[in-house]
Design a protein around this ligand. Structure first.
Ligand code: ADP
Ligand code: MG
Length: 344
């Protein structure tokens, strides 16, 4: 922290050790004490971390930043859930490459009165780190007068020849999705105060889908290992993610809206039409959308059966322009809600 150090030098009386400040070190130690230590390599506590990559693998890296007021509200989420989710969004990107997550670096900017919140956030980070068998091996802790900000960098590894690439869709492939969609967006709709029935169990499950998403830690690497070559995670809604696949692969994609597996509580609470819209355009479900030859479908389902389902929701067709996603119902163009759309 160049800025703080410079300011510290200017105001400290002579003879005072020039450090980042006892508060900062105490907090880092407290945060580190919540995390499991890696069995090998250098973790938190030195100038940098080390680890031994598995021979024959390529490193896969991703990073995602969450800013208070933009990506989360502290009156809507507990700090512990926030820590869980900061890990989730990054773990999801790693498994959406077909890779296995290994290590994380976590940086946090907070106001001076937010040390307690940081500790709660790290409880969530620690539990998701444990659940995903990853280790936090470093990070940075800085003061800010601005919004609380968390940045997680996730490092994973994969077989280079077996990655789930956005550009991997081929005409003739089917488009398939793990689990269900719409649950997270339905939870967000509840937080936004959309009128609903007052079924407490349903509310709890939908809020949970929004606050504590579970990335497909097994399915991503498992699908890649059997030869599936195309995938993306659902962070922005099925329709937009399908658009990314279509564009990167230079193909068109036709989605059958009747086949999209929707979160049952989203349907029960908001009705089929709204649940469809939440699933197609809502996002943050962190399911995996993949394209694969129909001949691989049975093996793909078997490979992920211990974790989740795989449902065919569309097909990949030839298109030299690329990038067109069409949504159909019963073979006809589908219009969604009042705004309505058929293509992206
Ligand atoms: P430096 O001044 O070299 O950046 P720091 O005092 O920032 O060192 O960090 C000391 C150690 O604590 C390093 O190993 C760093 O990676 C780790 N660390 C600092 N902040 C965090 C954090 N928020 N989460 C995890 N590790 C952290
Ligand atoms: Mg530092």
């Amino acid at each position: 922290m160049q800025g703080d150090d410079a300011r510290g030098l200017a105001i400290e009386p002579q003879g005072t050790p020039v450090t980042g400040g006892p508060d900062e070190f105490a907090l880092i130690n407290r945060l580190a004490s919540l995390l499991d230590k890696p069995a090998h390599g250098i973790g938190i506590g030195d100038d940098a971390a080390t680890w031994s990559p598995t021979p024959g693998t390529v490193m896969v890296a991703t990073t995602d930043m969450l800013v208070e007021g933009t990506h989360f509200r502290l009156d809507w989420t507990t700090p512990e859930d926030l820590g869980w989710k900061a890990m989730a969004v990054n773990l999801s990107d790693i498994v959406a490459m077909g890779a296995t997550p290994r290590h994380a670096l976590v940086s946090i900017a907070l106001r001076p009165d937010q040390a307690g919140i940081a500790i709660e956030i790290y409880k969530g980070i620690a539990s998701h780190s444990r659940a995903s068998r990853t280790f936090v091996i470093g990070g940075d802790t800085v003061r800010t007068d601005g919004p609380l900000t968390i940045n997680v960098t996730l490092l994973g590894e994969a077989d280079q020849a077996r990655l789930l690439r956005r550009a991997g869709a081929r005409p003739g492939d089917v488009l398939a999705i793990t689990g269900t969609v719409g649950g997270s967006a339905a939870g967000l709709a509840l937080l936004n105060g959309e009128p609903t029935t007052d079924n407490q169990d349903m509310c709890r499950r939908l809020l949970n889908a929004h606050h504590r998403p579970a990335p497909r830690l097994h399915a991503g690497p498992a699908l890649a290992s059997i030869g599936v070559g195309c995938g993306i995670d659902i962070s922005d809604g099925v329709a937009s993610e399908a658009g990314h696949l279509a564009l990167a692969s230079n193909v068109s994609i036709v989605i059958d809206v009747d086949a999209v597996p929707l979160h049952p509580d989203a349907i029960a609470m908001f009705g089929l039409e709204r649940a469809r819209s939440l699933g197609l355009t809502g996002g943050e479900d962190y399911e995996l959308l993949v394209a694969l030859p129909p001949s691989l479908l049975d093996r793909a389902r078997d490979a992920i059966a211990t974790e989740t389902t795989l449902t065919v929701i569309g097909r990949v067709v030839q298109d030299h322009q690329g990038g067109l996603v069409t949504v159909t119902s019963g073979g006809s163009p589908f219009t969604l809600g009042a705004g309505g759309y058929v293509a992206f």
